[in-house]
Write a protein that binds this ligand. Structure first.
Ligand code: ADP
Ligand code: ADP
Length: 229
């Protein structure tokens, strides 16, 4: 389960200025939908609506046919994991940041908590040497390591629905490729919405929609979109 649908979704931060102008999307359970488009198109806004940071001003969003406006906030947050582009970490240990508030979580505790997720994939998301650094404070992590912490944190709750909001776009291309590989493994079996601004990073997506100025302007597979230019 975890099928996501947007039906004629409209939204504006300012009610007089619509940012999303009637979005229809369909992500089958376990499938990967990529949303690409230029900066300002409304991609992050779409992610925020899924998590109910805001509610649509028109249309509706459903998970397995149920309008998310009727789902308890706690259930919604358990069902959806978001990895944002810029992760802000607490000035705390890796363990604390992965367990997100479970103070002083040890490597062992984090491992146990991750048992719902595939352990190997989970561990692959952690920064190198996290076993010894898990208790280290005053984090000096690289951008890539920070994103690994963010991914591990999201994976800890083993969400059936995953939203990757330009999760690797701030990284250098080698680090991006490394993390991309891990992400693609984690996406398997989960309903995933990947937000990206380059088509080249979403080759693996089942379907792609191109968003521009709050509207879907193209839909298709990666090969179809390339063929159309
Ligand atoms: P994208 O993710 O495609 O770059 P966004 O969803 O971030 O696009 O932004 C779409 C539009 O909404 C932009 O014009 C942006 O300035 C505006 N916007 C984004 N966040 C807010 C906000 N919190 N308040 C008001 N306007 C916003
Ligand atoms: P939990 O899922 O443990 O209840 P939250 O609901 O606070 O925790 O956050 C879940 C995920 O959403 C975290 O990975 C966090 O980084 C991300 N997140 C929180 N706030 C925002 C935001 N404003 N924009 C994008 N991502 C966010």
């Amino acid at each position: 389960d975890g099928a996501v649908r947007f039906e004629d979704v409209r939204f504006g931060y300012d009610p007089d200025r619509l940012i999303l102008k009637g979005i229809d999307l369909d992500v089958p359970a376990g499938g990967t939908l990529a949303v690409v488009g230029p900066s300002g198109a409304g991609k992050s806004t779409l992610a925020r609506l899924m998590y109910r940071f805001y509610d649509p001003t028109g249309g509706r969003i459903t998970i397995d046919g149920q309008d998310i406006a009727t789902v308890r906030q706690a259930s919604l947050r358990a069902a959806i994991g978001i990895v944002p582009q810029d992760t802000v970490l607490f000035n705390e240990t890796i363990g604390y940041n992965v367990a997100y508030g479970r103070k002083g979580a040890s490597a062992d505790e984090i491992h146990r908590a991750a048992s719902g997720a595939a352990i190997a994939d989970f561990v692959a998301t952690l920064p190198d040497g996290y076993d010894t650094r898990v208790g280290e404070r005053g984090l000096k992590l690289s951008g890539g390591e920070k994103q690994r912490v963010a991914i591990a944190r999201t994976l800890l709750k083993n969400p059936p629905i995953l939203i990757l909001d330009e999760a690797t776009s701030a990284l250098d291309s080698r680090t991006e490729a490394e993390i991309q590989e891990t992400l693609e493994r984690i996406e398997r079996g989960r309903t995933t919405i990947v937000i990206a601004h380059r088509l080249s990073t979403v080759v693996h997506a089942d379907r792609i929609v191109v968003l521009d100025a709050g509207r879907v302007v193209e839909r298709g597979t990666h090969a179809e979109l390339l063929r159309r230019g």
